[in-house]
Structures are given as structure tokens and as C-alpha cells.
Design a protein around this ligand. Structure first.
Ligand code: F6R
Length: 613
């Protein structure tokens, strides 16, 4: 959601570094931004403004207007209070001595605000975050020790938070605290950092410490000290991040999303290859044994958004391979639905960021109920990865575009791997089938590359159809699961209303919406049900629909007899087909959004990594 950065430097000016870090994290929120920098001569200088980071950069002349080597910055995705200059962070306490940036939601802020107002405190903004800045000043005035004051405040607030704090009485120190919101500490050559995300600081620091819930850190140019909620020092492990800096940069592409779509073959290769040895899947990183697998009576896949859609693909694949029931549940529903989890339940949480609050809460609920948890996650050391019993990382590298592409496709690859692995443990898959799926999985990246060498037809169809106001995606079985993701891609970045339906369900209601000219994206990549998919194409054509079909090279000719436009991807094993079929759907959404002049990497109202409920 919001992005936080803090820098305690030795000599380098903080403001340009903070702006650079915020730019790399802008995908976390982009309705307003601000920085606070402290210097001996000018004290605490705060600049904040509504709008994109560019506006803040212009306002501060790229940071040149602020002097000082210590500061904090924030890019906001509004929850409490409209996005405007005043509600932008940092928030400053009434006497101007404390500035704070916050990611998360303070649930009891109204009660605290009323209390402080009764004491005569005046508030400038409508935010829950300002309440914390004011409360800090109040407690600091009581104890004159910032660490102690932070400890007292944390005991009074409820909700989720990552804080970055500067206080004019502490010229060399930043204070950070976290609960249910990501925050890392980075040890750099020329100073130390706090940040919501590694991508913000990777250019400056690769040695990072992941903060745990309830911890408080004091960060100076030469030291990082972490304390627990009783203010007792904690020994923290350092982790070296090996992400390539260029992976988090656009590298000449117009949009991160386009770059990330093209990176998919490599991301899948990295996710799969190290885990296949001598024709067998070897999952060193997880500890699922045959004995445990035999005990599994129920499997849940729990996630949000595209990761949830990956789960739906996973359900079809796993049920075929494992012959065990798999339930896919939205994380936001799971946690409040009294899920039927016990010691024999395997709960798979799927999350690119590893910080999605709903998924995190679902994971905790599953653990509380005694279930065993396995996270499929892209960010090493993220909260979900750390709390799950087992974690299988997808190696997609940093994903910056708000709309996921390589995050999703590596989730599919990971689910295929684990599904096949478990089926092998359980003996529910024939050796020949195991070999066939595995062989195709290994050459999936090449097949994807083949499609990505020439996708002009997809680009052309986007320019033909970009003016439609409503689009239906239809398909059966795995094509339906893939359609859900294709439809989400289109709506989130192009703002065109679209829905995905299981084709067989159309005539139970939705077909009444099909009228001459309605665009239907018909998915016919799943071989076993191709003929049924064709019947549905005929059905919507008969009602006047314009049909853009996505199928495989093997079915292209048949499909072209009925559909108005056809895009074909290479053929693979039926259960892996969504990994290829999704690519033209991503590109179609991308080019439609481009034609419509949308802000592709930062769609309106959205932010990556949803760390609020
Ligand atoms: C859509 C998209 C979101 C995320 C969802 C879960 O393109 O990116 O729907 O998939 O917010 O995010 P993670 O995977 O980080 O838990």
C-alpha cells in the first residue's frame, strides 16, 4: 500500500536519496507523497503534495531545496482522509518536533484523537496517522526519551503499522516500528535505511534485516539496533539480497508491465529448473513427506486477486493429479468463515508480495486451527514467507507494475511443481503421465518464448477492439480459470468492464447480455473440452457476438471457421495450457490500455501489495 523510506546518512544529502527510493516504490501508492529532512541549521523541513511523485520532485527541485543527511519519505495510497496536501505524509506533531510516516491503519484513532483534543491538541489532517504523531509528542513530553515514547504509543494503538519517525532532538537517528505492515532495515555503505520494500534501497544497501511484528528499531548512520515491545535489545539476522538492480528498472521499455510480461519465460525457468534433477522434482525447500501427504484430507488454496486466480488453476490441476478435494477461497473470506481446518488440512497461501494482509491473516487463522501451511511466495523474507510452515519461492524477481504478470505465471509454475510432486508421493499419477507433464513443464519457457517472438496479431486485435465497453471472457475448466485472470487484467488496466464466465453457465442467465457486436473473448486452449468450447462460440455468434478466440496452434484452423479473430499459442500438456494461454490475454489487456491512453503501470485507485484489510 503506502511506501515508506528513511535514510540516516553520513554525508550524502538525504532528500534526493529519499525521492529516488520513493520512485522505486511508487507502485505501492501514488495519490500523494512527502518527505521530511532534518538538518542542524534548518531543523525539520517537511514538503508534501498531492499527486504523483513527480509533483514532489518538482516542488523540492529534485530534493535540492531540503538540507540534511537524515530523513523520511512516503508515497501514499489513501485510506483515511482524501488524497490532498494536508493528508499527505509525513505528519508533524503540533510543536513541529516530530515527523512521522505511516503505512497501515490505526483502528482506534478516533478515540485517541478525541482524547488528545480534550487535552487541547490541534489536528491538521483527517488521517489516522497524524494521531500517532501527536500521541508521540504527548508521550515524549512525559518521558523525554524517544524510544520509550514510541514504546508507550505502541501500547496504546490498535491496528496495523509500519512507522518511520524523526525527532528534532535526535539529529542522527530514525526510529522505525512495525506490526502487520512490512518494514525492512538496510545497512548501506554511506548510511542506513528503513523501507517498506527492498526495491527502494537495493541500489544503496543489500544487507537487510527483516523487522518482526512488535519490534522497534533505532537506525543511525553507523548502527542499527532492534528492540522488542518491552524495549529489550534483539539480535537480528542479516540477509543479503541478490536481486539485480536492473530488474527493478524499466530498462528502455515504455512500461514495467510490458517488460515483466516479456520476462515470464525466464522467471518460469528460474522457478522450475533448480527444482528438477534427473527427471524428478526435488523440493529441498519444503518438508512435505509421503507420510504427511497420506494424512491430508483437505486442501485449501487461499489468496487474493490474481493469486486467487492462480489458485483456481491450481485446483483444477491438483484435483486431476491428486484426486483430493481442493477448495480455493478468497483470503478476505477465509479468515471470517470458520474454515474447516484441522491437523490434516494443508493450506496453501499464494502471494507474490508476501505482504497481503488478508492472505497473512488467513495464514495465521489456518495455523491457529492447527493446519499445516505452505506459502507460494515471491519475496524472500516477506511476512507470509516467514510465518508459513513451508515456503516455496517463485523466482520472478521484483515485480513493479501494479498489475501482476510474471508473479501470476510463476505461481502457476510453482503450483504445477508442487501438485505433481505430491501426486508422485501419493502415487496418484502414472509414471508416464508424471514424465509427460514434467517434460512439458521444462520446455514451457521455450514455448512461451516462441509465442513472444511474434505477437503482432494480438496487438492488432487490441487496436480493433479497444473501443468496446464491455467484454465477456468465456471458457471451460482451465480455460475458465484462465479467463478470470484475463478478464481482471483487462479491467484493472484499461478500465473496461469485463466478466469471465464458465461457458456452460452462459445460458443460465448471462447470455441475455450478448447482443450484436458484443465482444466475447472465447478461450479454447483446453484440449479435452475443445469441442464444447466451440459449441459455445457458435452459441454466442448466433446472438451476434464478435468473437476473439484464444486457442492453440493445433486447434487454430478449427477455431478460425467460427471465430472472427483467432490468436494461437503453442500446444502443451492440457494442464499446463493456461501458462501459455494467459500471455496473449495479458498482452491484449496491455495494448487495449495503451490505445485508451491509460496509466498502465499505475492504474487508478490501485496499489501493489495491499497491506490493509
Ligand atoms: C492484479 C494483482 C492483484 C494481486 C493481489 C494479491 O493484477 O496484482 O490482484 O494479485 O493483490 O497480491 P499478492 O500476490 O502480492 O498477495
Amino acid at each position: 500500500m503506502c511506501g515508506i523510506i528513511g535514510f540516516a546518512g553520513r554525508q550524502d544529502q538525504a532528500a534526493p536519496i529519499l525521492l529516488d527510493g520513493l520512485e522505486r516504490m511508487e507502485y505501492r501508492g501514488y495519490d500523494s507523497a512527502g518527505i521530511a529532512v532534518r538538518s542542524e541549521t534548518r531543523g525539520l523541513q517537511v514538503r508534501k503534495t498531492k499527486g504523483r511523485l513527480r509533483a514532489l520532485s518538482d516542488l523540492t527541485r529534485g530534493g535540492a531545496d531540503l538540507e540534511g543527511v537524515l530523513g523520511i519519505g512516503h508515497t501514499r495510497w489513501a485510506t483515511h482522509g482524501e488524497p490532498n496536501d494536508v493528508n499527505a505524509h509525513p505528519h508533524v506533531s503540533e510543536n513541529g518536533s516530530i515527523a512521522l510516516v505511516h503505512n497501515g491503519i490505526i483502528e482506534n484513532y478516533l478515540e485517541l484523537k478525541e482524547h488528545l483534543m480534550k487535552l487541547g491538541v490541534n489536528f491538521a489532517s483527517d488521517t489516522d496517522s497524524e494521531v500517532v504523531a501527536q500521541l508521540l509528542e504527548y508521550h515524549y513530553n512525559e518521558c523525554h526519551n524517544m524510544l520509550e515514547a514510541v514504546g508507550r504509543v505502541l501500547r496504546r494503538i490498535e491496528g496495523s503499522y509500519a512507522f518511520g519517525i524523526v525527532c528534532s532532538d535526535y539529529p542522527n537517528a530514525l526510529i522505525a516500528a512495525r506490526k502487520d505492515s512490512p518494514l525492512i532495515l538496510g545497512k548501506g555503505e554511506n548510511g542506513n535505511f528503513i523501507a517498506s520494500d527492498v526495491t527502494a534501497i537495493i541500489k544503496y544497501a543489500r544487507d537487510v534485516i527483516y523487522m518482526e511484528d512488535g519490534e522497534i528499531a533505532v537506525v543511525t548512520p553507523n548502527s542499527i539496533d532492534v528492540f522488542d515491545d518491552e524495549l529489550i535489545p534483539v539480535d537480528k539476522k542479516h540477509n543479503i539480497v541478490d536481486w539485480d538492480v536492473s530488474a527493478a528498472e524499466k530498462g528502455g521499455y515504455a512500461h514495467f508491465m510490458f517488460k515483466e510480461i516479456l520476462e515470464q519465460p525466464e522467471a518460469i525457468r528460474k522457478t522450475i529448473s533448480p527444482r528438477i534433477r534427473d527427471g524428478r522434482i526435488v523440493l529441498d525447500d519444503i518438508t512435505l513427506t509421503t507420510e504427511y501427504a497420506r494424512k491430508i484430507s483437505r486442501i485449501y488454496m487461499v489468496a487474493c486477486g490474481s493469486a486467487y486466480h492462480a489458485g483456481i488453476v491450481g485446483k483444477y490441476v491438483w484435483e486431476q493429479l491428486l484426486r483430493r478435494p481442493v477448495e480455493v477461497v478468497l483470503a478476505s473470506e477465509f479468515r471470517y468463515s470458520e474454515p474447516l481446518v484441522d491437523g490434516n488440512t494443508l493450506v496453501i497461501t499464494i502471494s507474490q508480495s508476501g505482504e497481503t494482509l488478508d492472505t497473512m491473516a488467513a495464514l495465521r487463522e489456518a495455523k491457529r486451527l492447527g493446519g499445516r501451511t505452505l506459502a507460494i511466495c515471491n519475496v524472500v523474507g516477506s511476512s507470509i514467507a516467514r510465518e508459513a510452515d513451508d515456503v516455496l519461492y517463485t523466482w520472478a524477481g521484483p515485480e513493479i507494475a501494479v498489475a501482476t504478470s510474471k508473479g501470476y505465471s510463476t505461481q502457476l509454475a510453482a503450483l504445477d511443481l508442487v501438485g505433481l510432486y505430491l501426486a508422485d508421493l501419493l502415487g496418484t499419477v502414472e509414471q508416464s503421465e508424471y514424465d509427460a507433464v514434467l517434460a512439458e513443464l521444462q520446455i514451457l519457457p521455450e514455448k512461451m518464448e516462441r509465442y513472444l517472438k511474434d505477437f503482432q496479431d494480438t496487438q492488432y486485435f487490441a487496436s480493433r477492439y479497444f473501443n468496446h465497453n464491455s467484454v465477456f471472457y468465456i471458457g471451460r475448466n482451465l480455460d475458465y480459470a484462465m479467463g478470470l485472470e484475463g478478464s481482471l487484467k483487462l479491467k484493472e488496466i484499461s478500465y473496461i468492464h469485463s466478466e469471465a464466465y464458465a461457458s456452460g453457465e452462459l445460458k443460465h442467465g448471462t447470455i441475455s447480455l450478448i447482443e450484436p457486436g458484443t465482444l466475447v473473448v472465447a478461450l479454447g486452449t483446453y484440449g479435452p473440452l475443445f469441442d464444447k468450447a466451440m459449441s459455445n462460440v457458435v452459441e454466442v455468434k448466433a446472438r451476434g457476438a464478435e468473437v476473439l478466440a484464444v486457442t492453440t496452434e493445433g486447434f487454430r484452423e478449427k477455431m478460425a471457421k467460427t471465430a472472427d479473430a483467432v490468436v494461437a499459442v503453442p500446444d502443451t500438456h492440457p494442464i499446463l495450457q493456461p501458462s501459455l494461454g494467459i500471455v496473449p490475454l495479458q498482452l491484449f489487456a496491455y495494448y487495449v490500455a495503451l490505445q485508451r491512453g491509460c496509466d498502465i503501470d499505475k492504474p487508478r485507485n490501485l496499489a501493489k501489495s495491499v497491506t490493509v484489510e
